[in-house]
Design a protein around this ligand. Structure first.
Ligand SMILES: Cc1cc2nc3c(=O)[nH]c(=O)nc-3n(C[C@H](O)[C@H](O)[C@H](O)COP(=O)(O)O)c2cc1C
Length: 198
């Protein structure tokens, strides 16, 4: 039997489990969770929007969300200086806007005007909500310890606005290469969960 790291590995001959090598730079295709979000920001009279896929929930209470916002993005400076943003959740009908917003720079244009989106006032932050999105999460920067090294911002969601319907919106999930998956089929295993895991 072959050895890997000094462990004897059983040979997997079953073709159902056959795999090919993937260049590691492409793992994002499988691991990027989504949903794609639109991050709105404001600083000293300027407002902007960027598209973002690299985010992760970190804690329920306080509601912490970690986000990678590349330093080259115009949004990076607006968010770093204002220490606030809004994470807006677009649905499939906003696909072209999400792609367009993520492929142009807000230093030269007002993306709200260019993509015909409505900026609505937020309750607890100066950054605007995007009214057309299914949900809007007002965020304040909780921890910037990893910003310089990894462009990783840890935000606390301080106010959440969500549409009543649909309960499960058709969100966008990026797989790289310009291709998205759209969330759709819902399955429940609620009965198999420990109550404290729900
Ligand atoms: C589908 C998609 C996902 C993206 N995800 C991220 C991301 O997670 N982090 C990031 O820094 N940029 C991401 N981008 C790129 C930014 O949205 C893009 O650089 C944008 O032009 C930045 O706008 P700004 O310069 O006006 O801030 C993504 C773009 C697309 C199209």
């Amino acid at each position: 039997m072959p050895r890997v790291n000094n462990m004897i590995m059983p040979r997997v001959d079953d073709m159902r489990y056959a795999k090919i090598d993937l260049p590691v730079a492409q793992v994002r295709r499988y691991l990027e969770p989504g949903p794609i979000v639109l991050v709105s920001s404001a600083w000293r009279g300027e407002r902007n929007i960027m598209t973002m896929g690299w985010h992760t929930v970190m804690e329920f209470t306080p509601a912490l969300v970690g986000c990678v916002i590349a330093a080259g993005n115009h949004s990076f400076e607006l968010i770093r200086r204002s220490r606030e943003c809004v994470i807006n959740l677009p649905t499939v009908d906003l696909t072209d806007a999400a792609v367009g917003i993520g492929n142009c720079c807000g230093a030269e244009i007002d993306k709200f005007a260019k993509f015909a989106l409505t900026a609505a006032p937020a309750r607890n932050v100066k950054a605007p909500l995007i009214a057309e999105c299914h949900a809007n999460f007002e965020c304040k920067l909780k921890d910037d310890a990893l910003v310089e090294r990894y462009n990783f911002f840890i935000f606390e969601v301080v106010k959440a606005h969500v549409a009543r319907r649909p309960k499960y919106p058709r969100t966008l999930h990026y797989t790289g290469d310009g291709v998205f998956m759209v969330s759709g089929k819902i399955i429940s295993r609620r009965g198999k969960f420990r109550p404290d895991m729900l």
